[in-house]
Design a protein around this ligand. Structure first.
Ligand SMILES: [Fe+2]
Length: 379
């Protein structure tokens, strides 16, 4: 696996200066959001650096990375003969940067890599990923999300892991309250889904449990009061959750969220959180007949009980309630009908959200009917 160098609260300016002076790039491909780069304060902070280095900025894309946007980036990258990538932004920005970098060096049709008809064989140029939201943890993962039409794909390869992750919570202070809430929920669900994942390891569970604890203690304060301390804790938590899913990936809450985002425009973190309380109760009901984790039903039960302890609750129902209450306290509704999703929509969500690859990571076997029942109860 490619080794990543982390800069956690070194400060973006110092970290980037150190990284760039080491590589001395001739032409930097610089990926940012359209407005967030300025709003988060990075533009002003980094002026002295970008005066020194030749660069081209790419921000011509919308939220949720689309293949067409990535292809525009690849053309620009090749035209300007870039040899280094800096990405500053939320999950979409970081994923676009990872994809442009990898497709600029792997020359077959990008769609073929996404559809697994071609194998990635060449590492891209060095990439420094700098998140401006405490959410996706994309700076710490070896995969990138991309949408073709309304279908979500995840491209995974060790060469996709950014060479550098620079986490600086000062970039997150000006985030709108809602974005802090959505992205924080994403980080929390990623950490929980990693914790109970059939592919979890001691290492991933350690990252995930630290992340869950930090988020439970700090998300509400980060959203409602925007305090330095809670924002710093959330930045670290999201990064740890990213490191956790880099090992284990996610499970059913993520799988079912994608059509909710694609078809109803519900932001990713909110869409993921909707099924989390029900999934906690469902997974704790695991038995030897439906366990998918080869470590057995007893192991899964124990993992769930350890998770309840991290949350500071006594059981599955209470854990689900705690997550629902947290969502409500940060302004996220928890019922589908409040989001204009009706009974008639549920079949379509299940059809598009039942990703066999992702639901097989869930510790308890889950069928389309289970998901349908779960969603109906959330109406
Ligand atoms: Fe996510």
């Amino acid at each position: 696996m490619v080794q990543q160098k982390e800069y956690l609260d070194t400060g973006i300016l110092q970290a980037l200066e150190e990284i760039l002076s080491k590589h001395n790039p001739k032409s930097i491909f610089f990926v940012t959001g359209k407005n967030s780069y300025n709003l988060c304060g990075a533009e002003k902070m980094l002026e002295p650096i970008f005066e020194k280095y030749k660069h081209v900025r790419f921000s011509d894309f919308s939220v949720n990375p689309k293949l067409d946007d990535v292809l525009k980036g690849v053309s620009l990258f090749l035209e300007r003969k870039c040899d280094f990538v800096v990405a500053i932004g939320g999950g979409t920005v970081l994923d676009i940067a990872k994809l442009v970098n990898i497709f600029s060096e792997n020359k077959a049709n990008p769609q073929d890599y996404i559809l697994k008809k071609e194998q990635i064989s060449v590492k891209g140029h060095p990439l420094a990923a700098i998140p401006t939201t405490a959410g996706s943890g994309s700076e710490a993962t070896h995969f990138a999300v991309v949408y073709i039409d309304k279908t979500k794909y995840s491209l995974a390869h060790e060469y996709i892991l950014p060479d550098y992750a620079v986490v600086d919570s000062s970039l997150m202070m000006s985030l709108p309250q809602k974005i802090t809430a959505f992205t924080g929920m994403d980080a929390l669900c990623q950490a929980i889904e990693s914790y109970w994942n059939v592919k979890s390891t001691e290492e991933s569970k350690n990252y995930a449990s630290q992340a869950i604890k930090l988020i439970i203690e700090n998300l509400e304060d980060a959203v409602l009061n925007n305090s330095d301390i809670s924002k710093k804790a959330m930045a670290l938590a999201a990064h740890l959750a990213g490191k956790a899913i880099n090992i284990s990936q996610t499970t059913a809450c993520h799988a079912i969220s994608y059509p909710i985002t694609s078809y109803f425009g519900i932001p990713h973190g909110h869409a993921v959180g909707l099924t989390m309380p029900s999934m906690i109760v469902y997974n704790y009901g695991v038995s030897k007949d439906d366990v998918l984790d080869r470590r057995g039903a007893g192991y899964v039960k124990k993992t769930m009980e350890d998770f309840f302890e991290i949350l500071g609750v006594g059981g599955a129902e209470e854990a689900g309630e705690k997550i629902s209450e947290l969502m409500s306290s940060i302004g996220l509704c928890t019922r589908l009908n409040e989001l204009n999703i009706t009974k008639n929509d549920i079949d379509m969500i299940v059809r598009n959200g039942f990703n066999p690859d992702r639901v097989k990571n869930n510790p308890r076997k889950i069928t389309e009917n289970c998901l349908r029942d779960m969603l109906e109860e959330l109406l």
